[in-house]
Design a protein around this ligand. Structure first.
Ligand code: NPW
Ligand code: K
Length: 490
């Protein structure tokens, strides 16, 4: 499991650890890891010797890390220039170390710092780290833009400056890095968009915080292959289709029969023993998947199911509304997606005894919460938590970084690491609904079903897109599911 802790937790762990180690030891560990990562990045170009390194230096310890790392690179022959954005407050020890190693420090008043950045091979962003508030200050903006436009490798120290470490929000200008070297633990902002888009590749440097973080719940977690492998519902010798779980799918309409086919396609390959379909798309579903059990409805008369999926392509007429109400009145877990989300009654969802999973994209989440879509996109972590709390349900917010929040406070939000932009294709959400419903029917808890569903869905798209990448259609994603399972279980 990859985990991310809040700034408050990181600070508390750092205080506890600092009391046990010599002064400055943590910063030296951070700087050593940072310099090694920079040397590695330069190694793929011309190497460290004679490389032109610019260290953008702010007023705090983040700048200190960057200066000490700059000193290490200077000792290996790099030409290192620190640009001091707050000359009076720059880290004294770091500055002395850089000078002693042959590096120099300048201010934007003395030199054309933008031109320096343009000529650099590597730019270290030590403007601000976990002590930052808001976007970049005006003096730093042209330097961040120059770094982005230049051919230099841009390495962010701990966090890309200007992004919010705890929320993943970017309220103003921010550095765009090729790589972020972070210390002790990931921070939520490194894993959640829009901030995560600024971070580039992530490197974690161990500074010994582990024992002081253990026991505190992380703010965020990301499943990895091994976690998913342990959660996948694998049949045993005793299994039959009912024990493996039957998932009921209420989806599609005369107008959108394809949504029914795609939701069933996902459901058939995600772990349940059987898929029951209820709705007007039965013919289309059977033509493609003869193994589906179909019935004319209403859902509660369809026979035994262990979980329902309701909503994809359903439309919003009276029949759709009746189907949503019918399914929500059941005492098994229910996943509500797409059109179903527009027909939800918050109090009905809140009063359910079995789990409910809501799977909106940003626009649907905005409508459910009565806010603008842009607000959801700008503050995804905040809104997925609010959604789960407001509806007393598990909320899966789709997007470039899909998030899963539980209604209970204090439970870490899960962020999906397998997403890919190839998934931005019509019908892909219908497949995800089917997959996640299937996992619910197989007995996974709502939070596990939603996060494993998102993981499988993303991985299948990657499998379908291939190593180089190529467009995939939603049905390709469903067809690639067995390949994704094998990859996870191997
Ligand atoms: N603690 C540890 O053990 C370890 C910590 N480590 C490192 O320390 C970093 C945290 O250091 P930190 O606490 O000094 O905060 P930091 O992020 O450098 O900011 C400082 C000052 O910046 C300012 N400022 C605020 N917003 C701003 C903005 N938008 N744009 C520009 N400036 C802004 C504001 O000061 P002001 O200018 O308002 O006086 C604020 O006080 C951490 O990220 C990691 O790199 C590692 O060495 C491992 C061990
Ligand atoms: K930084």
């Amino acid at each position: 499991m990859r985990v991310a802790y809040s700034v408050e937790t990181v600070r508390a762990a750092e205080r506890a650890l600092m009391a046990r180690v010599p002064e400055g030891a943590l910063m030296q560990r951070a700087a050593a890891g940072l310099a090694a990562a920079c040397a590695n990045a330069l190694g793929t170009g011309g190497g460290v010797y004679a490389a032109r390194v610019v260290v953008l230096t702010g007023s705090g310890d983040n700048g200190g890390d960057a200066l000490y790392a700059g000193a290490r690179l200077a000792r290996r022959g790099a030409g290192v220039t620190a640009v001091l954005l707050a000359p009076q407050k720059a880290h004294r020890g770091g500055l002395a170390a850089l000078r002693a190693a042959g590096g120099r420090a300048v201010t934007p008043e003395d030199v054309d710092a933008v031109a320096l950045v343009h000529r650099a091979d590597l730019v270290l962003d030590g403007i601000v780290g976990i002590g930052g508030k808001g976007g970049l200050r005006p003096g730093a903006v042209p330097l961040a833009e120059a770094a982005r436009a230049s051919r230099a490798v841009v390495v962010a120290v701990d966090l890309p400056s200007g992004v919010d470490a705890d929320t993943g929000e970017v309220r103003g200008a921010a550095v765009r890095a090729d790589m972020t070297v972070t210390f002790g633990t990931y921070k939520p902002g490194l894993l959640v968009d829009p901030a995560a888009e600024h971070a580039g590749a992530l490197r974690l440097v161990d500074i010994g915080l582990g024992p002081d973080l253990d026991g505190t719940p992380p703010a965020l977690e990301a499943l990895q292959h091994a976690d998913v492998a342990a959660l996948l519902p694998v049949p045993d010798a005793e299994s039959d289709k009912y024990r493996r779980g039957v998932v009921g799918v209420v989806a599609g309409s005369e107008r959108y029969p394809g949504a029914a086919v795609l939701a069933v396609a996902g459901a058939l390959r995600a772990g349940a023993g059987a898929v029951r379909y209820v709705g007007p798309g039965a013919q289309a579903v059977l033509a493609r998947f003869p193994e589906t059990l179909v019935s004319a409805g209403p859902p509660h008369k369809a026979g035994r199911v262990q979980a329902w999926v309701v909503g994809p392509g359903l439309g919003d007429g009276p029949e759709a509304r009746r189907a949503v109400d019918d399914v929500l009145a059941s005492d098994v877990p229910v996943l509500v997606d797409a059109d179903g989300l527009r027909l939800l009654d918050r109090d009905v969802v809140r009063s359910r005894t079995a789990g409910t999973v809501l799977t909106p994209h940003a626009g649907e989440a905005a409508a459910l919460l009565g806010v603008a879509r842009e607000e959801v996109e700008a503050a995804r972590l905040d809104h997925v938590r609010r959604l789960a709390g407001a509806f007393g349900a598990t909320a899966l917010l789709k997007g470039s970084t899909t998030l899963v929040a539980s209604p209970e406070p204090g439970v870490p939000v899960r962020v999906n690491p397998t997403g890919t932009s190839w998934l931005a294709t019509a019908g892909s959400g219908d497949v995800l609904s089917g997959i996640t419903g299937s996992l619910l029917a197989a007995g996974l808890a709502p939070r596990d079903a939603a996060s494993v569903g998102a993981y499988l869905h993303g991985l299948s798209a990657r499998v379908a897109a291939g190593p180089v990448g190529a467009p995939v259609a939603a049905h390709d994603v469903a067809a690639a599911l067995p390949g994704a399972w094998r990859d996870i279980r191997s």
